[in-house]
Design a protein around this ligand. Structure first.
Ligand code: ADP
Ligand code: MG
Length: 548
């Protein structure tokens, strides 16, 4: 009985009332507005210079790479021009030691190597052909030989041009101080050049923006995508904002004719000051022992990297409580597998970050009366032998509570953006489209349903408003989104003759290499995503695009 009572107590610590949700949405809106007025606030609201969305008719083959928090994906994307695409990809886990490497070069050399491997595997003919030609011409690669690459880099970056951005800080467990303040495109291009790869880093993309654009490319009908959101290793969102609402200065030039721009909110940092966010002792301890204490505190309650760790800490505390029977042998009478319940000293339960969030998905989806799937998972994944039904019930209750809290929290920025945009009052937009990506939202059972439930509880949205919101997975969103931006950047270069202009500029910059990461680039092409560029692809004079 003690176990049952303690489980209920802990579960209640993770509950968020509807009243709390409403206050949190108000707080989000106020922090979001602060971020529109000035820099250095908790919500960065970073301008992306993207002022139009694609319409599904774009065509071509592009490379896209995505450095998430867990994996590095390399893919080539063929945009078919009819809202469909074909995608080939390789995925490798980023080695832990590289996440905290001494030099930025170590990480970026690894990334370049993966791109080389991918080209060998999937584009061998083009790749070898280009290499042969490159060797035989002293002038180097011709433009048409080059693969244009969209680099999805999902860490806070101060974007200075379509393919130039300096790293503000690391998140999601990365910590390479050497890279802070450096242009991440230049870091990658330098390593690609060392390998003599025919690849140009054409565009720097945040995964949220990629998700928004990819959703917009693939989604049918006339509804515009308003938000692109990630719930994977970390969480973040980008949305379409009216230029007139952005009060802080936007450096450089951009096309203002659409009157709108996509902003990268960096909502992982929502409420770093903890005005409203719930804090259990496990949240506080996890933050203190993380590589970035005090930062990304919203992310630390919502995303895949952290949910397993919150569960691990709360379960471990229960295991260490002598008064409680959790994973101890006292329940053997109802233990139908073996007679002794035991936890291996090597169990992930005993290790920092030792419980993967995917275990929460197993717990949430097991509705068998004996919780047999979860009990097997506890054995296989966590080396907890012969857990009883009561053990598994307690584990499931806590894991479900942490997952549910995350989904309700995830609804807060979405509700905030929606209310702030006023779209629900717009009689022309019957459906409000939200593109999402990331393993958590894709695989955690009912994550989106719990988000809808929370959205329906928010004043100003309500059940009717929630019905008009369509939260759709943007499958392979970052790959397709990055390809779309690479396409735009490549066409932009060609159509505007930027390549020539850049060459001339280059002559005046001593010691610069032949890559597209130089100081003068921002002056040359800060119209990155003028609506015109999406039309250029189809060779028209003026766009048939979805103005934002
Ligand atoms: P990235 O953030 O690198 O782009 P993903 O979107 O795949 O990668 O997210 C990886 C994160 O999602 C990891 O933190 C992992 O623990 C978590 N995760 C993976 N599978 C699941 C699952 N089935 N349920 C919940 N979380 C998951
Ligand atoms: Mg991702």
């Amino acid at each position: 009985m003690a176990l049952d009572a303690e489980t209920k107590r802990i579960v209640s610590l993770f509950e968020l009332s509807d009243d709390w949700l409403n206050r949190a949405v108000g707080e989000y809106i106020s922090q979001a507005e602060e971020g529109l007025r000035s820099d250095g606030t908790s919500l960065s609201q970073i301008p992306t210079y993207v002022t139009a969305v694609p319409n599904g008719k774009e065509k071509g083959v592009y490379l896209a790479v995505d450095l998430g928090g867990t994996n590095f994906r390399v893919c080539s994307v063929r945009l078919n021009g009819d809202t469909t695409f074909n995608l080939t990809y390789n995925k490798v886990a980023v080695p832990k030691e590289l996440m905290t490497a001494k030099k930025a070069e170590d990480l970026f050399a690894f990334l370049a190597k993966q791109i080389e491997t991918f080209l060998h595997e999937h584009h061998k003919d083009e790749f070898e052909g280009v290499r042969r030609r490159t060797r035989s011409t002293r002038k180097g690669q011709k433009d048409e030989d080059i693969f244009h690459l969209g680099f999805t880099f999902s860490y806070p970056v101060k974007q200075l041009a379509i393919n130039k951005g300096t790293l503000m800080r690391w998140t999601k467990g990365f910590d390479i101080p050497d890279a802070i303040g450096k242009d991440v495109c230049a870091l990658l291009q330098t390593e690609l050049d060392k390998l003599h790869l025919p690849v140009r880093v054409a565009a720097l993309v945040n995964d949220t923006v990629g998700t928004l654009l990819a959703r917009s490319y693939t989604s049918s009908g006339h509804s515009e995508t308003l938000v692109g959101a990630i719930f994977g290793t970390g969480t973040n969102g980008a949305y379409v904002e009216k230029l007139s609402n952005i009060k802080k200065p936007i450096e450089g030039e951009y096309d203002a004719s659409t009157g709108k721009m996509i902003l990268n909110t960096e909502w992982g940092s929502f409420d770093n000051q903890l005005n409203i966010l719930p804090s259990t002792t496990w949240d506080t301890d996890l933050d203190r022992e993380s590589v970035n204490p005090g930062f990304h505190v919203f992310e630390k309650r919502v995303s895949g990297m952290y949910l397993g760790e919150i569960v691990r800490r709360s379960i471990l505390e229960m295991v260490q409580n002598e008064q409680l029977s959790l994973f101890k042998d006292v329940n053997s009478s109802s233990n139908d597998w073996r007679s002794t319940t035991s936890i291996s000293p090597q169990s992930g339960l005993m290790q920092l970050w030792g419980l993967d969030s995917s275990v929460l998905s197993v717990a949430a989806s097991d509705n068998t009366p004996e919780l047999s799937v979860l009990r097997q998972e506890l054995e296989d994944n966590l080396d907890i032998y012969s857990p009883s039904l009561e053990d598994a019930q307690a584990f499931k209750a806590i894991a479900d509570a942490v997952g549910r809290r995350a989904a309700r929290l995830a609804a807060v920025p979405i509700a905030g953006v929606l209310l702030q945009s006023g779209q629900l009052n717009d009689p022309d937009s019957d459906v409000i489209d939200i593109g999402v990506d990331g393993s958590l939202v894709e695989h955690y059972p009912f994550f989106r349903d719990m988000m809808y439930e929370a959205l329906a509880a928010v004043d100003g949205i309500g059940p009717d408003g929630a019905k008009r919101i369509r939260i759709g997975i943007a499958k392979d969103g970052s790959g397709v989104g990055a390809a779309l931006i690479a396409l735009v950047a490549a066409k932009m270069e060609k159509e505007r003759g930027v390549g020539d202009a850049v060459k001339r500029e280059l002559d005046t910059v001593p010691g610069n290499c032949e890559c597209f990461c130089f100081p003068s680039f921002s002056r040359l092409c800060l119209f990155p995503l003028h609506p015109f560029f999406f039309s250029v692809v189809e060779g028209r004079d003026f766009p048939e695009f979805n103005p934002l």
